[in-house]
Design a protein around this ligand. Sequence first.
Ligand code: COA
Length: 252
Amino acid sequence: MTDHILTEIRDRVLHITFNRPEKKNALTHAMYAKMVDAMRAADEDDGVRAILFTGAGDVFTSGNDLADFRDTPPLGADAPVTQFLGCLLNAKKPLVMAVNGIGVGIGLTMLLHADIVYASENAVLQAPFVDLALVPEAASSLLLPRLVGHAKAAEIFMLGKRVSADEAYTMGLVSQVFKADELAAAAGKAALALAKKAPQSLQLTKKLMRGDREVVAARMAEEGKLFGERLTSPELMEAIMAFMQKREPNFG
Ligand code: COA
């Protein structure tokens, strides 16, 4: 069976690759669970100094697997996605994201917990939670408006607006934009540079820059409760059936 999450520690960097290109790297429960194990181990391992995420093929990730949302909705604190969000929030090691194509849902919201975000010119970010009859997750209802302002965040969350790499750069969601064939090397170089820095200083700096952890954690929990309720709603069923049947949803 293909390994849908590739993990490798190289030069003190944990590389995590979403590897399900035939489904646009959509993330299943099993994929989240594997990332949780890898991230928890990395946080405890002094030999790992940075974590670098990217996607296989020309997609970052199309977000949560919609069939999982429909068939086995991730509910509660034990759900692998909830644990994964906790790992992002609590990560001690710096997180580098190489956004190599479209990033939908968590493909956008996870960037709000990253430290260095490099994107390829062809990257597109989208958070169509309302289109799916859901609500934002990963504390993004707090972090995105704080970063880009309410008006731009509302276009992204409420209208499901797609944001190009250049727009994301202008908004401050992305640190730098690269040509597609230069992204991996640039992200690798940044991760390697982080891995060579004084580790305690780096971890303390990250912690200071994320000073309001409790507030962010509380918003994540609040969103998680509402998200769970939405997952069992008739509106969500209609949104997902419409996606599967390649038609417009009809919310009545
Ligand atoms: N969950 C499950 N399957 C998904 C998926 C997802 N999030 N995203 C894509 N896929 C599947 C498609 O169903 C399709 O499967 P099939 O070949 O068996 O029909 C395959 O991946 C290719 O997707 P397709 O939609 O044909 O590719 P595209 O290039 O036209 O569009 C996207 C790419 C990412 C824009 C589009 O697939 C999309 O919008 N996906 C849903 C994103 C989403 O809503 N995620 C949840 C956010 S909370």
